[in-house]
Design a protein around this ligand. Structure first.
Ligand SMILES: C[S@@+](CC[C@H](N)C(=O)[O-])C[C@H]1O[C@@H](n2cnc3c(N)ncnc32)[C@H](O)[C@@H]1O
Length: 280
């Protein structure tokens, strides 16, 4: 596996939701805006490729131009990096409350207080994203008394691993992407964790009742009734992944499901809540 780091230049006016969605659907990660002025905007993405796949940038450009003939795009820079080098660049240590995460390549001797993380496909959770940190801070405050927890939208399994450190009870990690499920299993294995059950799925429909739900997914996923997140029968839930501009809409949505907010945290433009289900 190799990673291509590509910088594209577009017109500032052409950089919109459609462009961002296009690159996400093409499998690009970690989109960053590098430079912006009145006319042009330069953004960078990372794309996982097989070794020697040099055509991928041209293919993406061709496809983009076919989809959006009126938008401007060109390439500013293209760099291949080896997967191990990329891992060393991206996997960083993280300490939140009682939880310490370290990249697997920093493991020197067995230390049960540390949770080690590795990556196979760059699943979400390695980024120390504000929403991941909000969830970890909230899990840190939780009493470890639950019989069953669910981590819905588990990415690389970081939140499930935190739960497994505070309780021996099972946690079900539900993740829509099969490749991310393999990454969760790998992270369980390197930590000798056996109480995380990984389910490749996109709904809470299978889960009858649970004590604790942890879910860090976009607003649209909470709002989608097919995911059954908000009507699942949980006692307490830690929910994050919501942009601050959707705060009121999210609070109204929770109200519709009789979910009461016990705590609300904001971090870098994102919010997370600890909630309780009334009438359960
Ligand atoms: C923001 S990431 C959170 C990852 C990790 N739990 C964390 O807190 O860092 C959201 C994850 O939810 C997954 N996801 C999105 N929609 C989903 C759905 N309908 N069912 C299951 N997983 C979903 C995504 O693939 C992604 O891995």
């Amino acid at each position: 596996m190799n990673i291509k780091i590509i910088r594209f230049r577009t017109l500032s006016k052409d950089f919109d939701k459609n462009l961002v969605s296009f690159f996400i659907l093409e499998g690009s990660k970690n989109m960053q805006i590098i430079q912006i002025d009145n006319e042009y905007l330069i953004f960078q993405v990372e794309i996982f490729t097989g070794k020697g796949n040099n055509m991928i940038t041209e293919k993406i450009l061709d496809k983009f131009r076919k989809f959006y003939p009126n938008k401007y795009i060109d390439i500013q820079l293209e760099k291949d990096i080896d997967f191990e080098e990329w891992k060393r660049m991206r996997l960083k240590s993280l300490s939140v409350g009682k939880f310490t995460f370290k990249p697997i390549f920093e493991k020197t001797e067995k230390d049960d207080s540390v949770i080690y993380l590795d990556t196979l496909v760059g699943a979400f959770g390695i980024d120390n994203h504000p929403t991941t940190i909000i969830c970890l801070e909230m899990i840190n405050k939780m009493e470890p008394k639950f019989k069953l927890a669910v981590d819905f939208g588990s990415g690389n399994g970081i939140l499930s691993l935190a739960l497994s450190q505070i309780s021996k009870s099972p946690t079900i990690a539900i993740e829509i992407f099969y490749s991310y499920c393999l990454e969760i299993k790998h992270n369980c294995k390197i930590n000798n964790v056996e109480n995380i059950i990984v389910l490749n799925g996109d709904s809470m429909g299978l889960i009858k009742e649970l004590d604790l739900l942890v879910s860090n997914v976009p607003f649209s996923v909470f709002a989608d009734p097919n995911t059954n997140i908000l009507n699942s029968k949980f006692k307490k839930a830690i929910l994050s992944g919501i942009k601050i501009e959707n705060k009121e809409e999210f609070i109204n949505l929770l109200r519709q499901y009789n979910i009461q907010i016990l705590d609300l945290q904001e971090k870098e433009g994102w919010i997370g809540v600890i909630t309780e289900k009334q009438g359960r």
